[in-house]
Design a protein around this ligand. Structure first.
Ligand code: SF4
Length: 336
């Protein structure tokens, strides 16, 4: 799978490193001082991920737990994200990772205990009665490689002992084998990002088909895990309303919509850098034919009335399917 595995010297002999290396194939192993000395140092085109992928293993340094941007999650609660990987095995055409790192190579961090220490500090700083949320998967997919990375039980153990905090695992994956081995916790939510089948086929390259994702959602729900839903990014299409009604009908067969912990809705948007990459990487993509504008903040998206129409229409559809009004939240942006 990987051309080279670069491993930081300090963790070369750790049990966790060995376990990961045993589960993957690579042509050559190279010992390095620090990931940042090599990863992204020479710009590597994003689409080389198709043929020429390296893996980096190391310790995450710097700020391990960060405050999440506005509108990241349920209103009124503090939201944080933590990072235990960079980059993703999938290839969604709108993915913001295209413009983020200088390389599509995968990076896996293994110092989960240090990340959890920081999470614990944030929990201890939180006022009584307030629920802090911690989101995994900001720069990667939370489940796609979980059978290799093996961190899920570590996070479940921690959150079992910290019931006042919540963990969200965001995914487009159907790799639920490791998750299903774990006893469900009320404060751990696996949230699936879904789009109508046509959009998945067109834009979410290399991700599992809708049918398989729905089966995974059903299995996770039936095992007793909490399930959330992200309808994000929403990409407008001619038959928009029908497509989403069909999607909700199918989803309702996998999990009753009212049982979803939350539904988050967000319309497709790009930074200037990412949009530039989309044009370069996918010049024939129907995404580029969309009616986008550039806002004052430099973000590229649909015009404001269209965004609001889409979000409100989709909220209406979710409510029609039995979603609780308080559990549907909209990723609203106030810029033009
Ligand atoms: S699943 Fe998420 S992180 Fe992976 S390519 Fe798609 S948008 Fe990017």
């Amino acid at each position: 799978m990987f051309k080279k595995a670069f491993v930081e010297k300090d963790i070369l002999n750790s049990k966790r490193t060995k376990s990961i290396l045993e589960k993957i194939s690579y042509k050559k192993l190279e010992e390095i001082e620090r990931i940042e000395d090599v990863f992204g140092r020479v710009k590597k085109p994003y689409l080389q991920k198709r043929t020429d992928l390296n893996l980096f293993l190391g310790r995450k340094k710097g700020e391990l737990v960060k405050i999440a941007p506005e509108a990241y999650g349920t209103k009124g609660d503090p939201h944080y994200y933590f990072v235990h990987a960079y980059n993703c095995i999938y290839e969604c055409q709108y993915c913001y990772l295209q413009g983020y790192f200088h390389s599509p190579d995968l990076v896996i961090f293994i110092n989960h205990e240090e990340i959890l220490q920081e999470i614990e500090k944030k929990i201890n700083e939180t006022e009584e009665g307030v629920t802090p949320w911690f989101h995994a998967g900001e720069y990667s997919d939370s489940l796609a490689l979980s059978h290799i990375t093996g961190e899920l039980p570590i996070y479940f153990d921690f959150f079992k002992d910290h019931p006042k905090a919540k963990l969200e695992l965001r995914t487009k994956s159907t790799n639920i084998r490791e998750l299903l081995k774990l006893s469900p916790l009320d404060n751990v939510v696996t949230s699936f990002s879904l789009s109508p089948n046509k959009s998945i086929k067109e834009f979410d390259l290399k991700t599992p088909p809708l049918k398989v994702r729905l089966k995974a959602i059903q299995a996770v729900y039936e095992k007793g895990h909490r399930v959330g839903l992200h309808l994000d990014p929403i990409i407008f299409e001619e038959d928009f309303e029908n497509s989403y009604r069909n999607l909700m009908t199918l989803l309702n067969e996998a999990i009753p919509i009212e049982k979803l912990e939350y539904i988050s809705l967000g319309v497709v948007r790009f930074s200037k850098a990412v949009f530039h990459q989309v044009k370069k990487n996918y010049p024939d993509s129907p995404l580029l034919a969309e009616d986008f504008i550039k806002g004052n903040d430099g973000k590229i998206r649909y015009k404001r009335p269209m965004r609001y129409w889409i979000l409100n229409k989709l909220k209406e559809i979710c409510l029609d399917f039995g979603a609780n009004q308080n559990k549907v939240y909209l990723c609203m942006e106030d810029e033009d």
